[in-house]
Design a protein around this ligand. Sequence first.
Ligand SMILES: Cc1cc2nc3c(=O)[nH]c(=O)nc-3n(C[C@H](O)[C@H](O)[C@H](O)COP(=O)(O)OP(=O)(O)OC[C@H]3O[C@@H](n4cnc5c(N)ncnc54)[C@H](O)[C@@H]3O)c2cc1C
Length: 434
Amino acid sequence: MRNADNLFAPDFQTTPYWWDRTPRPHLPETDPPVAADVVIVGSGYTGLHAAVEAARAGMATVVIDAEAAGWGCSSRNGGQISTSVKPDYATLSRCYGAAVAEAILRDGQASLDFVGDFVGREGIDCDFRVVGRFHGAHLPAKYDALARALEAPNPAFETRAFMVPREDLHGELGTDAYFGGCVFPNHASVDPARYHDGLLRVAREAGAKVIPHCPATSIARRAGTHDVATPRGTIRAGRVILATNGYSGPLSPWHRCRVIPIGSYMIATEPIAPELMDRLFPKDRVLSDTRRLVYYYRPSPDRRRVLFGGRVSVSETDPRKSGPKLHAELSRLFPELRRTRISHSWMGFVAYTFDTLAHIGETDGILYAMGYCGSGVGMASYLGAKLGLKAAGFEGACTGFDGLSFSTRPLYSGNPWFLGPAVMAYRIRDRFGL
Ligand SMILES: Cc1cc2nc3c(=O)[nH]c(=O)nc-3n(C[C@H](O)[C@H](O)[C@H](O)COP(=O)(O)OP(=O)(O)OC[C@H]3O[C@@H](n4cnc5c(N)ncnc54)[C@H](O)[C@@H]3O)c2cc1C
């Protein structure tokens, strides 16, 4: 690895690359109203999509965020949109039966289509493109496993996916590091912060009040309503929606001990030559591979930089330390990029769950959706909209995820002490294909 200081471009920043073009919005720092039909805690995709539906149903809707609007994962992510369901059909049907398995996978497909439909309908200019995903096999056995998975019975899933053998790899990607892979042509890319910005506009135009820097400090149930306390006043809420995902803190211990906050880290490179970009990323796809410790990457929407993300350390770390580690992996995949410097390095907290599924439901009168396991651009948007419809009392806002048990583990209260050993175990399994 090069001396870390030489790896950073002169204008290096530890804020997300996306914020250069779309800084966090300056919204009026008003005090919250004393009452609202629905109070939504968290202003990412989940919270704002819930707000759009609730406000359009005529509910007085307030969204509060502890930080600036969209400060969480929704303006920090890689902008890759997939079907967002990790377990396969066989696993899901073994656990929940064939009908629920199929419903969950159909929701995955629906969440993939949801963002494109929404941004088209609402006129949001956010570089949304159906570019397809190339998923690389990091070992020969993983290529065979991908091929078998495509042929397995899978009634609602990825019907148009196809395999790419190693000899055709360069048509997809300028690397020799994979043993072929698989293309999912329906997967898409987006500028996540511009998407969030457009969504924020739509929510506010629908009538939702979005109040930044206004943390919810407690939620108390009172005869059919809830009191949501903030340092700037208490809101009496007809309904409460919790949309805090990887940033779910002490506000709701029940939720906190059901999601596992995990840091996901990204870098952007300084601009590279157009010919090099065309050679390395000829199809402009979003990219990932078969390792359990997933790396995900893509060209920036203007095809000038490479955006590269993953989990690089056993414990949470500083973006100045994660940046060089991500760069080392990027250079291993693409040796031609080893002298290209890093312009941005940042991180955010995603929320995993013990069954690797997202969860939507209601507990103690609080509606929630969370636990997207690192794939929430489509799913948080889709389940967020369902939450808003549920808050407004619409029938038919059901999903395959409704009614799934949202489990925790003994001795877990929100501090993932087991993460370090799990990361080390995954590293070993990735290396030996276990
Ligand atoms: C680096 C990175 C890369 C990623 N890449 C991808 C990708 O390519 N594709 C993909 O599908 N997914 C990706 N994800 C995941 C995806 O971004 C998230 O799943 C999704 O944005 C979650 O949206 P959300 O609205 O539920 O949560 P967030 O956007 O995280 O919003 C939660 C909000 O809750 C607020 N909050 C918390 N507590 C309180 C409180 N007490 N009071 C008020 N507000 C509170 C926080 O301030 C925060 O703004 C990535 C995530 C990261 C970090």
